[in-house]
Design a protein around this ligand. Sequence first.
Ligand code: COA
Length: 173
Amino acid sequence: MTTTRLDAGQLLDRTDALADLLIDTVDGGASVGFLAPLDHAEAVAWWRERAAGVAAGQLAVWAAHDGDRVVGTVGLDFPGKPNSRHRAELVKLMVHRDARGKGLGRRLLTTAEKAATAAGVTLLHLDTETDSPAEHLYRSAGWTRAGVIPDYAASPAGVLRPTTLYYKQVAAG
Ligand SMILES: CC(C)(COP(=O)(O)OP(=O)(O)OC[C@H]1O[C@@H](n2cnc3c(N)ncnc32)[C@H](O)[C@@H]1OP(=O)(O)O)[C@@H](O)C(=O)NCCC(=O)NCCS
């Protein structure tokens, strides 16, 4: 399995495989911005829309490949504001259900954290559904729980769920 950072062209080339991963994640009940069932065309369109941000350097996307499949991904969103250049948001950490529990999620998280520090970022933040499996991963990777917002987003089944905010201060590389 190889993990690569995608440029905009590579992302556009892989939107079908990335869409399959997004759909699997939503089908599995994870709150990543969508309701179930997620249509393949809608998932492809969502990924295609990310290409402009990647081309502009506002978004970094990594994909873990197993042959033609994308079995994992993670992103870093860099805010464009002049007062926020030290900060990035960790977004869309997803591992396909049949690839979970083997360390890939942790490896993707480490990859994004290292890239962030190499880019001079000193503060990372994210939000994740409260009590989701991802919380254990973030806490064990040294992230600090900042608080909970109730009724933040609907689960794929349409039920409002709280989100937990996390941050991690890192040394610039
Ligand atoms: C969260 C996610 C990325 C973890 O991916 P993964 O490849 O299974 O993670 P890893 O195998 O690296 O495991 C990382 C840690 O989480 C733990 N973990 C993984 N799945 C778990 C589960 N269902 N329940 C409890 N702990 C779990 C592992 O035991 C491991 O901890 P350890 O090293 O102390 O044993 C994956 O479950 C996923 O894609 N979930 C849906 C999307 C999502 O919620 N993303 C986060 C949005 S911010």
